[in-house]
Write a protein that binds this ligand. Structure first.
Ligand code: AMP
Length: 512
């Protein structure tokens, strides 16, 4: 992070400086050094900054500075509104605002989807200074007249590119129309290209443009690796090998579907890792509990989908593993940004099969970095990726890609629950023994494996159906083309199918 200037030179209120000192920050990061003075001058901001750059404090600190001067109006509504794409990011921003605004006694509230309305109604009826919200739930309350917007002075759009991807922009634009026209607006986004530029033109007034780090300089503290893989079985073997490496402190593994996140989490848990899943089908309470366990170090391996993992800021995450590559290059950058937090070192590992060449090329173009393939002895791919080959059409489309990885997720589950060494990963001897036993067991178990393979083949069509439906739903949600009624019905059908499938699996395992 940058050396000059100092926080003291930024003219922040003394109580904010104290909070910064308590947080242990010595110097502002580049985004903070550029954004804080411009925001304090009252300018609109258009900033491209990745998560991990300190962007949250970049807007929270000057926003709090605004609160240091009391508002002349006697009304009770928020003076600052921060719109974010996900609940997790809302929790993170809320926590930062509370941390830095403690001395100022700033009243901060977070209003997100999936939480009960009565509690939110109560929170909104009290005087507040900062409101952090997801756009959909904010609109719900706004339209019911529950939010007094008369003294709103600042709007922050955090991870605006993500809100765009998730189809929130029409909501954001409606919110903007309802806010006082003389407000200040700050827009933060991983990219400033494409539709974000149009949104920025519509929403911002003569903004100061801040661009942090050219694409290729991003994530310098994160070592990126690619492993070419042949199939799901190969992925599982590699994963098993990587997770027992001594340098793994905590890891986030990304899968392309929620269903697969659950399955993989179950398998890794059964294999002796302290594992949990995190995805959008979980209740907010369950997601919060999982994140707390991750922060406390009680969860070592988190298996997550993109939507849920946005905004996770846990210093102990030493590894990010892309079990499935993301559908969009931007998501790759967000995913790997879960490691290497606050200047620490991180490792980002991606599994890529031949059909992933298209997205791999996109990622390299987007990041401006070539990611060299790494081969581990004993785990060599039989079919390394030929990057010069033309794109495999199956790998290109979102649905197809989700479909094919989902399909394989059912077919090649390599982890079996052979010991009851649950949650005992802290003991390194134990963890080596666990995998060693499983490997030996695998060798002696070829007949049983044959049966399992047959079983898997019988179940493939159901798995493929479930995976296809799940992938389609996730793709719809991501692109914002969601029709709530259809989605709910499809999701319910998927869940029913998944439950049937799990029951079939369990009974077939019990029968052995
Ligand atoms: P963010 O990009 O806002 O998600 O922040 C990434 C991480 O950087 C968080 O863990 C912050 O606590 C940390 N951070 C923010 N500002 C600073 C700073 N000036 N010096 C050191 N760490 C910081």
């Amino acid at each position: 992070m940058s050396t000059a200037p100092t926080f003291a030179s930024l003219n922040l209120h003394p109580s904010i400086l104290k909070a910064v000192e308590e947080a242990g920050y010595t110097n502002p990061t580049p985004i903070q050094a550029q954004a804080i003075p411009a925001v304090m001058e009252g300018r609109d901001i258009l900033a491209s900054a990745q998560t991990g750059t300190g962007k949250t404090a970049g807007f929270t600190l000057p926003a709090l500075n605004l609160l240091a001067t009391p508002h002349e109006s006697k009304s009770r509504g928020p003076r600052i509104l921060v719109l974010v794409p996900t609940r997790e990011l809302a929790a993170q921003v809320n926590e930062s605002a509370r941390k830095y605004g403690k001395q100022l006694r700033a009243r901060t509230v977070s209003i997100v989807g999936g939480m009960p309305y009565p509690l939110q109604n109560k929170l909104l009826s009290q005087p507040l200074d900062i409101l952090v919200a997801t756009p959909g739930r904010f609109i719900d309350h706004m339209e019911r007249g529950r939010i007094d917007l008369s003294r709103l002075q600042m709007l922050v759009l955090d991870e605006a590119d993500r809100m765009l991807d998730m189809g929130f922009m029409p909501d954001v634009e409606r919110i903007c129309e309802a806010l006082p026209a003389d407000r200040q607006t700050l827009l933060f986004s991983a990219t400033l290209e494409g539709n974000i530029a149009r949104v920025a033109r519509d929403i911002l007034k003569d903004p100061v443009k801040i661009q942090i780090a050219a694409q290729k300089e991003k994530h310098e503290n994160i070592e990126q690796r690619i492993h070419h893989v042949d199939d799901m079985n190969h992925k599982n073997k590699l994963l098993e090998h990587l997770l027992i490496e001594p340098d793994v402190n905590q890891a986030i593994i990304f899968t392309s579907t929620k269903r697969h996140a659950d399955l993989l989490a179950d398998d890794l848990y059964a294999a002796g890792h302290r594992t949990a899943a995190l995805h959008g089908d979980m209740t907010q309470g369950a997601r919060n509990r999982t994140l707390t366990k991750l922060r406390q170090g009680n969860v070592q391996v988190l298996v997550a989908t993109d939507v849920a993992a946005r905004g996770i800021d846990v210093k102990g995450i030493s590894h990010v593993i892309n079990y499935d590559l993301p559908k969009f290059a931007e998501d790759y950058v967000h995913r790997i940004g879960r490691t290497g937090r606050a200047g620490s070192k991180g490792i980002a590992i991606s599994f890529a099969a031949n059909m992933d060449r298209h997205i791999l090329r996109k990622i390299e173009q987007y990041t401006g970095q070539k990611i060299e393939a790494t081969v581990i002895e004993g785990f060599e791919p039989k079919r390394p990726i030929n990057m010069n080959a033309p794109d495999d059409k199956r790998g290109k489309g979102r649905g197809r890609r989700g479909n094919s990885s989902g399909h394989k997720s059912g077919n090649g589950r390599g982890y079996q629950s052979r010991n009851d060494n649950r949650g005992d990963r802290g003991n390194s001897g134990e963890k080596g023994r666990s995998f060693g036993n499983r490997a030996a067991s695998d060798r002696n178990d070829s007949e049983r494996n044959g049966n399992r393979a047959q079983n898997n083949r019988n179940m493939m069509s159901k798995e493929a159906l479930v995976a296809e439906m799940t992938a389609t739903i996730e793709a719809l949600v991501l692109t914002g083309q969601k029709n709530h009624a259809t989605l709910t019905t499809s999701q319910e059908a998927t869940n029913r199918e998944a439950t049937k499938l799990t029951a079939t699996k369990h009974s077939s395992q019990l029968a052995k």
